[in-house]
Design a protein around this ligand. Structure first.
Ligand SMILES: [Zn+2]
Ligand SMILES: [Zn+2]
Length: 95
């Protein structure tokens, strides 16, 4: 019994050691496509609102549940001004 399966059933991509992982798709994020925001690291193309997929600019994202949202969707989902539920949710105010 020496033939181990070479492909893990739920692992579709190899994450290099030390590489950052995208909070949206879970794949490795390299410097050229890296966006930092909402307490996580994202691909440039993944850094958009989890609800409406509007592109987000750094500094205006609202973070909750390990996801990022635009202000509008965040407000709808979690209430205005990011009323805390004690779960570390927070909305950066750019105003
Ligand atoms: Zn991604
Ligand atoms: Zn949105």
């Amino acid at each position: 019994m020496s033939n181990r399966p070479t492909t893990a059933p739920h692992e579709t991509s190899f994450i290099p050691p030390g590489a950052d992982r995208c909070g949206r798709c879970g794949k490795a994020v390299y410097a050229a496509e890296k966006r930092v925001g909402g307490g996580g690291i994202w691909h440039k193309t993944c850094f958009n609102c989890a609800t409406c997929h509007k592109m987000l600019e750094s500094g205006v994202e609202c973070a909750a549940d390990n996801e990022v949202f635009c202000k509008t969707c965040y407000g709808r989902k979690y209430g205005p001004k990011g009323v805390g539920f004690g779960g570390g949710a927070g909305c950066l105010s750019a105003e």
